[in-house]
Structures are given as C-alpha cells and as structure tokens.
Design a protein around this ligand. Structure first.
Ligand SMILES: [Zn+2]
Length: 372
C-alpha cells in the first residue's frame, strides 16, 4: 500500500463545500459520542451500529441541510467513531473526545464501492465534483479523506501499488510529439492539445505582444509580467495534465514505445514560447514514460536525435528536406503522401530493431557498445 497526501487547489465555492462536509462529519461524530455517553450513563451497552441506525432512521430525516451533502460522510463519521472506541477498549487509545470546529476538520467519502481514479492534475470525486491538485497524482483508491490544515485543504488516500504488466494491444508504437497536436502515434491516433490550453496559449501570446512597448520595469510592465507568468504556469500545468493521460495510455497499452531524443526538430516552431513549452513538455513526457513503463511492464526506446524521422519516407526510405511549414510528406520516389507527424511516428516505430536501444540511452551509445 502506498499513500498520497497532497494539497488541493480549490475555488471559494469548493472551499465552502469542503467545510460543510467536514462540519457534517464532525456533527455526526459528536452526536454519536454524546448519545453513547448518555446511553452508557443510563445503564445501556451502546454500540456504534445501533447509534447509526437511530441516526439514519430518526435524526437525519429531521435535519434538512444534511440532504444537500454526501451521505457517505456520515457513514464514515460513524466508522471513525467505532474505530476510536475499539482502540480505547483495546487499550490503544484514550476515550474518544468531542471534535472541535477548526481543529482537524476532515471527512471521508467513497464511491459506493466503485473505485475512484486519480490521474493527473484534475480529478472527479464522487459528490464533490472536479477538484485540482498542485501536483500530478496517480492512484486507484476506494476512499478519500479531505482535511484542513492551516487553512488549506488536503486530499489523502491510500492505494494498492502493483507494478503489474498490463496486457498490450500493440507491440510497438512510435510517438511524435508536437505543439499544435500533443502527439501523433504511428497507428494513426492523434492526441490533440486540450482545448483550454490552446485558448490560454493564444491569450498568452497576445499579452506578450501587447506588453512589447511598455517601459521595462514600470508598474504597468510589472503587472503585465505577473499576469503573463501566471498564465504561463497555467498553460504548463494543463499540458502536464494532458501528458499524464497520454503517458499512462501509452505505457499501459503498448509493448514498446519509441520516441525521439530531445532537440527534436518538428515540434519547435521558431517561436520562442512554443519552443520553451514544447521543451518542458518533452522532458516531462520522457520522465513520466520512464517510470510508467516500469510500472506497466513496457519498454521505452529513445531514438538518437540525428535520426531523420521527419525527413525520411516511411514507405520507401527516401530522404528529403522537410521545412517546418510543410505539413505533408510528399515522396517523389514512391508517391507517398502523408501527414508529416504521422510519417515521423511511423519511422520511429520502424526504427525498432535497427538503430535503437532501450530505456533512456541514445542509439549512438548502444550501437557503439554493441560493435565492440
Ligand atoms: Zn517514398
């Protein structure tokens, strides 16, 4: 079992929702504890299962605000109360105390037996809806606890981690990373950039353009720079999220994944911004693929950067110059006419077994070594 504890990025509405659920959880826990105490005083032998029955059948229906919140919360509040009493009776803990507002506010929810998938930077939680995290996480879990620490909300969960080999639909896939499209796979699948990413990117270039005549260092310039930096971060994190989904898909479903080493031609439009984003994306893409391939039992193959994947015809091997503005590879030798990224990704796939080598090292290293 591994566990995750990570900060949530919430808007005000979500923060209120979290506080309401934590309040609900606290209310039920305290209600159960006070009823337990009262019952005990009157000579009964209380147990949490009975308390919960009373709550479900008699108390909850009378309190309207509870209907607006997830009913999983109260179930877990009683489970936690039960656990606290069990610890006490075993001599492992003190007698349960009432929970105070603002002190370890938390609640637990599940998906009614179905797994909760966490993947990337934004996550769909049962009842709560979409929440974002500041870092990418990946887990399949049964329940999630959300808690407040120093005014910030955190998500924690534990999950079973198996580095298991998943069944592979495809033996070998070549992947060509791009800017306009996130990636082109040699089987023809095109992964487009997230829509919002493009929108923010356009906004970003417009802001940079508008900022060009401002006096450097002026208040106006500084304010604009700050805005640009924020937007830049946003664009980067959207791309990172998309990369997570892509790398998981690749590593789970393909036996060998062939990519090109950095300094890759095509993905870099001359434009500085596109370049920096693409560069970051590439490092992140490769880093994620490296560990995910280990997780899912696939192999990452990095082809030498001088391998002319975009200049070579994937059908007959003819080599020609391919300026960036040419979106289609037209081969004068065999008549092939194909999207340039797809052509490049097929070349990457075909490169397996000839000039390549596994996991991270470049082809030049390996061919040098094998010749000795
Ligand atoms: Zn050709």
């Amino acid at each position: 079992m591994k566990s995750i504890h990570t900060k949530l990025k919430l808007n005000n509405k979500q923060k209120t929702l979290m506080a309401q659920h934590a309040g609900y959880s606290r209310w039920c826990y305290n209600w159960g504890l006070s009823l337990w105490n009262a019952a005990y005083k009157d000579g009964y032998k209380p147990n949490v299962r009975k308390l919960r029955e009373v709550f479900t059948n008699h108390t909850k229906p009378l309190i309207p605000w509870m209907k607006k919140l997830s009913s999983r919360v109260y179930q877990y509040a009683f489970i936690h109360l039960d656990a606290a009493f069990k610890r006490f009776f075993k001599g492992l803990g003190k007698y349960p105390k009432f929970k105070k507002k603002g002190r370890s506010d938390s609640f637990t929810i599940d998906n009614c037996g179905k797994p909760i998938e966490l993947n990337g930077w934004s996550h769909k939680l049962p009842f709560i809806g979409i929440v974002k995290t500041y870092e990418a996480i990946e887990a399949t879990t049964k329940k999630i606890t959300i808690s407040r620490q120093a005014g910030d909300w955190y998500l924690s969960c534990s999950y079973e981690f198996n580095a298991t080999t998943t069944p592979k639909k495809t033996d070998v896939v070549g992947v060509d990373l791009g800017v306009k499209t996130l990636a082109t796979l040699s089987d023809g699948k095109v992964v487009t950039s997230v829509k919002s990413y493009r929108r923010f990117e356009t906004k970003l270039s417009r802001m940079q353009y508008l900022n060009r005549n401002k006096e450097i260092g002026s208040a106006n310039w500084k304010a604009a720079q700050l805005k640009i930096a924020r937007l830049h971060r946003k664009v980067a994190s959207i791309r990172k999220d998309a990369l997570h989904k892509l790398t998981t898909y690749l590593a789970k479903n393909h036996g060998k994944i062939v990519i090109e080493d950095l300094n890759v031609r095509g993905m870099l439009a001359n434009h500085k911004l596109a370049k920096s984003i693409a560069d970051q994306g590439f490092y992140e893409f490769r880093r994620q693929l490296e560990y995910k391939c280990q997780w899912y039992g696939s192999e990452l193959i990095v082809v030498d950067r001088f391998f002319p994947s975009s200049k070579t015809c994937s059908s007959c091997g003819h080599v020609q110059e391919m300026p960036l503005n040419l979106r289609t590879y037209d081969c004068p030798e065999c008549g092939l006419s194909m999207d340039r990224d797809l052509n490049a990704s097929i070349n990457l796939r075909n490169a397996v077994g000839s000039v390549v080598n596994a996991c991270g090292r470049s082809a030049a290293d390996s061919s040098g070594r094998s010749r000795k």
